[in-house]
Design a protein around this ligand. Structure first.
Ligand SMILES: C[S@@+](CC[C@H](N)C(=O)[O-])C[C@H]1O[C@@H](n2cnc3c(N)ncnc32)[C@H](O)[C@@H]1O
Length: 394
């Protein structure tokens, strides 16, 4: 998630945004300072994969306003970008912003679970970097007419892709009580899901609920007064839940993560920025499936094909620093996870080398067996690297 501050001047990182002046498209409400979340950390994690010489391919699965994508293209002059977004408005803005990189970008209107088809069409069998910056963009949240924000009155739409799918208005006015309550409880972690669902059902018997302000008011009135005073705006969780339901966000992510991991080349890296626990849990699970062996645990050797195919680059979920949250309050809930595809054969060889080295060092300390005089540097490990044995936990 990035943030645009509307200060009437088009700048990014304190300088004029060149892309605006190069193309005759009205960037209207996007004038402001866009701060992509954990930008430096994302660049740092992607650099070894994208900057390894020759042409590399990076997928930004959630292009949004192209803050991350622009920085990647700037940092890696030989990298080709495949940028996906299901929101045509976001794509139009991204196209303007990235105009100066036109000869090495492919911007695609697609849901990210369509990534394999997009890559096949473009002729890329593998890619080197993938970034998911999940959730809504500031453009969507701040747009007065999209219905994502409980603080603004707008038609209850909430579709990221306004060309297809059901709207929040349809969900609110047609779902039966148990379905509505489940959506609010599971996707919004809303304690008062049942009460809010009942209030919605009662209200829609009087007339169709069509506006975000009416819904926000209904939610506020349906929860107990003491609960209204804690945990932010009372409508926040319900709006998040409806957005997730309308956009089928978790189903798309569950399919997209394995598909993206499958397309990464050896040395290729995936970075995921999640903003709520359900997204982060799906990410953790998708990575856990690849970083552990699938062979029988009681076998002393790894069966071919059962070795881990990825290694984690983050220890658990990385959180934003205080400075990041201060500069960009919407970064407060971010959780970063990252992984790199490894070559199982090289890993096996590395293990054998390390084993041989350990035996040699042990031999040096046993009287009468010490023939080894070589250096004690570990052949299997580069400077500052952790190994899988040292455990990069989830
Ligand atoms: C948080 S924003 C990305 C911001 C971007 N990293 C930047 O720096 O400007 C998330 C974007 O992902 C898009 N998006 C969300 N779910 C998607 C999906 N399933 N498929 C494709 N795009 C999606 C949204 O429309 C939104 O524009």
């Amino acid at each position: 998630m990035g943030i645009w501050r509307y200060d009437g001047v088009a700048r990014r990182a304190g300088r004029e945004d060149e892309s605006r002046s190069t193309v005759g498209v009205d960037m209207g409400e996007l004038r402001g300072t866009h701060v992509p979340v954990l930008l430096e950390r994302c660049l740092e994690l992607l650099a070894p994969a994208l900057g390894r010489g020759g042409r590399t391919v990076h997928v930004d699965a959630t292009l949004g306003l192209a803050g991350h994508a622009e920085a990647v293209l700037q940092a890696h002059p030989d990298t080709v970008l495949v940028g996906l977004d299901r929101d045509t408005e976001a794509l139009a803005h991204a196209r303007v912003r990235l105009a100066r990189f036109a000869d090495r970008i492919h911007l695609e209107h697609a849901v990210y679970d369509e990534l394999p088809e997009v890559l096949d069409r473009l002729g890329y069998s593998t890619v080197d970097g993938v970034l998911f910056d999940l959730g809504v963009s500031s453009l969507q949240l701040d747009a007065p007419d999209r219905g994502f924000a409980y603080a603004q009155d707008a038609p209850l739409d909430m579709r990221m892709d306004q060309t297809r799918g059901v709207t929040a208005e349809e969900v609110v006015n047609t779902y039966a009580h148990p379905d509505l309550a489940r959506v609010l409880r599971v996707y919004g972690e809303e304690k008062f899901a049942g009460r809010i669902a009942s209030a919605i059902i009662r209200e829609r018997e009087r007339g169709r609920i069509t506006s975000s302000a009416r819904l926000a008011e209904l939610i506020r009135d349906s929860i107990p007064a003491p609960a209204r005073r804690t945990g932010g705006h009372p409508a926040k969780r319900t709006f998040q839940a409806l957005r997730i339901e309308v956009n089928r966000e978790l189903a798309a992510l569950e399919a997209a993560l394995p598909a993206a991991l499958d397309r990464l080349s050896v040395g290729g890296r995936l970075v995921v920025l999640s903003y709520h626990s359900l997204e982060d849990r799906l990410t953790k699970q998708a990575l856990a499936d690849r970083v552990r062996s699938t062979g029988p645990i009681d076998l002393p050797v790894e069966l071919p094909g059962s070795e881990p195919t990825f290694r984690l680059l983050s220890r658990g979920a990385e959180l934003p620093g205080e400075g990041e949250v201060e500069a960009n309050p919407r970064a407060a809930s971010v959780r970063l996870r990252a992984a790199e595809r490894i070559d199982p054969q090289a890993r096996r060889q590395g293990r054998t080398d390390r084993e041989r080295y350990r035996r040699r060092v042990k031999g040096m300390h046993q009287p009468g067996t010490g023939t080894a005089t070589g250096s004690a540097s570990d052949p299997g490990r580069g400077p500052g690297e952790t190994t899988d044995e040292e455990g990069e936990g989830t």
